[in-house]
Design a protein around this ligand. Structure first.
Ligand SMILES: C[S@@+](CC[C@H](N)C(=O)[O-])C[C@H]1O[C@@H](n2cnc3c(N)ncnc32)[C@H](O)[C@@H]1O
Length: 267
């Protein structure tokens, strides 16, 4: 799947940390506010990166709550001397929460994203902080990343952008590179097998976006842009994929209509 503005070269490694919501300013998301002649497939380009925090806050129910709890789960399951992987890290909202909590520990975090503007923004954000050697920021595709000595792997709202046929392999690779008692923390937009419940979920999601100030035009143009780019699975598909990969425990710890946050533990 072509996400545009993606890294083409090999991996870039940088070091550093900090601050939730990038630089404190939150630029308003108006990406789909004006009628477009033709709606292009959604990309994590510069325009989206600039307004990403506002987009997340107004488009993802319980976004802050979810990443805060994910960072606490990460802190609880982190094993000294092991690695934390943040797959689809964007510009680091989740990563900096984790680094803040674990700065005193013997931690190595690998944060991966294929969008150059996202990685550049992450780099800029952490440059001024001195938790050096805690994070390796990688501009690349999840499909190409080796997972080794992992006690925590986070995939927050990102598996849904991978080609369907690559998802099983990614979860298997994560399982194989994970230490015993490690945790996979996965959050996704989901669909429901029942059309009645799926329609209900979508109706509440639409209401959520209207309540957060998005117009009907913005909602419909973004939906068109995400069509064939963000392809959600059912929770059952996630559960089967995760258990088939070898994980022993699976739970949905947060659910809001069509959004679900899941955990899985390797015994
Ligand atoms: C919705 S955002 C993730 C939000 C982020 N995890 C957070 O907690 O704020 C999805 C991210 O996944 C990245 N992405 C999508 N497909 C990818 C792939 N195949 N490999 C690496 N990154 C990918 C996008 O560039 C984007 O930054």
């Amino acid at each position: 799947m072509d996400l545009g503005h993606s890294c083409t070269s090999s991996l870039n490694i940088i070091k550093g940390t900090k601050n939730y919501f990038s630089d404190g300013k939150m630029e308003k998301d108006k990406v789909f506010a004006i009628k477009k002649k033709k709606v292009k497939p959604f990309e994590f380009n510069e325009e989206v990166t600039d307004v990403f925090d506002d987009m997340l806050n107004r488009s993802v129910p319980f976004y802050m709550e979810s990443i805060q709890r994910q960072s606490q789960l990460a802190a609880q399951y982190f094993q000294d001397g092991s690695r934390i992987y943040d797959l689809g890290c964007s510009h680091g909202n989740l990563g900096v929460l984790i680094l803040d909590q674990l700065k005193q520990r013997n931690l190595s975090m690998v944060a991966v994203d294929s969008s150059i503007p996202m990685i550049e923004k992450y780099l800029k954000r952490i440059e001024k902080y001195d938790y050096q050697s805690k994070v390796d920021l990688v501009c690349g595709f999840l499909e190409d990343i080796q997972i080794k000595n992992a006690s925590v792997v986070l995939i927050n709202l990102t598996l849904q952008f991978l080609d369907m046929e690559k998802r099983d392999d990614l979860i298997k690779k994560i399982y194989q590179g994970m230490n015993s008692n490690g945790i996979l923390i996965l959050t996704e937009k989901t669909i429901h097998e029942s059309k009645v419940l799926d329609d209900l979920q979508l109706e509440f999601y639409r209401t959520f976006k209207v309540e957060n100030g998005y117009s009907q035009l913005e909602i419909s143009q973004k939906r068109d842009a995400l069509d064939k780019v963000l392809i959600p699975d059912t929770i059952e598909t996630h559960q089967n994929r995760i258990l088939n990969a070898g994980f022993s425990l699976f739970d949905v710890w947060l659910k809001w209509f069509n959004f679900a946050s899941m955990i899985a533990i390797k015994k």
